[in-house]
Design a protein around this ligand. Structure first.
Ligand code: NAD
Length: 473
């Protein structure tokens, strides 16, 4: 039985002061396999104070020192990549190949920031004015459980490059991944207080951190309702807030697409990370005359889904993260049936041969209209909808008829047509024919999927205040 009772503050691991405990449950067996001692408001205060003390030194550190630290962070996470992968599998049942890829993103994020920092323009001249990018202050990064290494590293890389010390508030559902990553961060040798990590409840540690007056920048990744609450809470202090929130991405299958290939891609895009991905393509838009043929292609493609033991390299789909999420997803399955949707694959009940664990049957519903609950709300599980469209204009109308705007996918042969459609979709990223991820390109949402952008240069700029100094030349 593992016990997680440390916070990483001021360059050292120390026992958390909080006394409240939480059971850690293996989602594949439903057995308790650890205890988390939750950081409280006092732990939060100490972490921010450590970061505040580090601000003067880190915000005036040289470009070379920051590049060295970013490269050391990349080396440190690479050195533990097997352990990081194992923790993702054990903690939320991430299939091994996907878990390994996700662990690798952390090193990429640190290295990309180191490269960009080499010639990042902290000062530029506009006529007789110098425009200077100045470190914003202590940065608070609040992250979810579903992509722990990536969410922590991409925010941290931008903040450190900009000269901001960081306090990470990790999710209470990922203490193992957080502890291992913190060990890597420690091994990289940042000056004390530049990196701090606490794991606690959003309503306790999270609220104490956001309310601390020394926190000048908040970057949050998580659900839209919590993001809104954080934005509301920031009003009196006017902290700079970046929000990376939920999604309900459309996957548009153009009528010239190879349907067999498109069905396999749509399942991969929808079921990645066990369907627990903000970027998952959960609304598959298919030309009305092709819905029957596409449904048949989905049935065939689904025979390639292997559900179960996340350690088996053949497995493509693991369990949901916890009981709450499992019951939530089952609720949406019921709701879909009540609203008249018809499962092409999956549906209610347990997957065959999996009597324990938070496994749901991978489900694709047809007979869905875009106004149904399952087409409008983020389900965060392996539940997809096929929605019929009449023509390209109708596909774009449906794609944009959502409160969200994080990601979109287009599958088809005519690339010019796909690019023309991409230009008319309101989403922060549009991927044509695949799941491309470019870490140098900005990432973020339109509408209720968020405010601001991270990754690449945006990740650094997001942690700077810009000041114009006129005259004196
Ligand atoms: P969540 O919103 O429940 O929690 C996210 C984090 O916020 C956790 O660390 C939580 O403890 C903390 N938190 C909760 N209440 C808080 C409060 N009042 N004050 C401060 N912190 C608080 O989300 P989750 O269930 O952990 O993650 C899933 C959600 O994250 C999904 O909606 C998904 O789409 C979204 N997500 C978005 C992106 C993106 O880049 N846009 C990436 C991954 C996940």
């Amino acid at each position: 039985m593992r016990r997680f009772d440390q916070a990483y503050i001021d360059g050292a691991f120390r026992p958390v002061l909080g006394r409240e405990e939480m059971a850690i449950v293996d989602p594949a067996s439903e057995e308790e396999n650890g205890r988390l001692v939750l950081a409280n408001a006092e732990d939060a205060r100490i972490a921010v104070e450590a970061a505040s003390r580090a601000f003067a030194g880190w915000s005036t550190s040289s470009r070379g020192e920051r590049i060295d630290l970013l490269n050391a962070l990349a080396d440190a996470v690479e050195a533990r990549s097997d352990a990081l992968t194992e923790a993702t599998i054990a903690e939320y049942g991430g299939p091994v190949e996907q878990a390994r890829w996700r662990a690798g993103l952390a090193a990429t994020n640190f290295r990309v920031a180191a490269r960009l920092l080499a010639d990042f323009p902290f000062s530029r001249r506009i006529n007789d004015t110098e425009v200077v990018g100045q470190a914003a202050g202590v940065a608070l990064h609040i992250v979810p459980w579903n992509s722990v290494y990536n969410a922590i590293s991409v925010k941290m890389a931008g903040a450190l490059a900009a000269g901001c010390p960081v306090v990470v508030k990790a999710s209470e559902f990922s203490p193992w991944q957080t502890e291992l990553l913190s060990e890597c961060l420690h091994a990289a040798g940042a000056p004390a207080g530049v990196i701090n990590v606490v794991t606690g409840l959003g309503s306790v540690a999270g609220e104490a951190l956001t309310a601390h007056p020394d926190v000048r920048k908040i970057s949050f990744t998580g659900s839209t309702p919590v993001g809104k609450a954080i934005l509301r809470g920031s009003v009196d202090r006017l902290q700079r807030v970046t929000l990376e929130l939920g999604g309900k991405a459309p996957t548009i299958v153009l009528d010239d697409a190879d349907l067999a290939q498109a069905a396999a891609q749509a399942l991969a895009i929808g079921f990645a990370n066990n369907g627990q991905a903000c970027i998952a393509g959960t609304r598959i838009l298919v030309q009305r005359g092709q819905v029957e043929a596409f449904s048949e292609a989905i049935r065939k493609a689904a025979s390639g889904i292997v559900q179960g033991d996340a350690r088996d390299p053949r497995t493509t789909l693991g369990p949901l993260v916890n009981r709450r999420q499992y019951e939530r997803v089952l609720g949406y399955l019921r709701k879909g049936l009540e609203e008249g949707a018809r499962p092409i694959i999956g549906g209610e009940g347990r997957p065959e041969g999996l009597e324990r664990g938070y496994f749901v049957r991978p489900t694709v519903f047809a007979n869905v209209t875009n106004d149904m609950t399952i087409a409008q709300e983020e389900i965060f599980g392996p539940v997809l909808c096929v929605i019929a469209y009449e023509d390209d204009a109708d596909a774009i109308r449906i794609a944009n008829d959502t409160p969200y705007g994080l990601h979109a996918y287009i599958l088809g042969k005519d690339i010019r047509r796909a690019r023309d459609m991409a230009a008319r979709i309101d989403a922060g990223r549009v991927a044509i024919n695949g799941l491309s991820h470019e870490p140098l390109a900005p990432f973020g949402g339109f509408k209720q999927s968020g405010i601001g952008r991270e990754y690449g240069l945006s990740g650094i700029e997001d942690h700077l205040e810009f000041k114009a100094i006129g005259g004196g030349f």
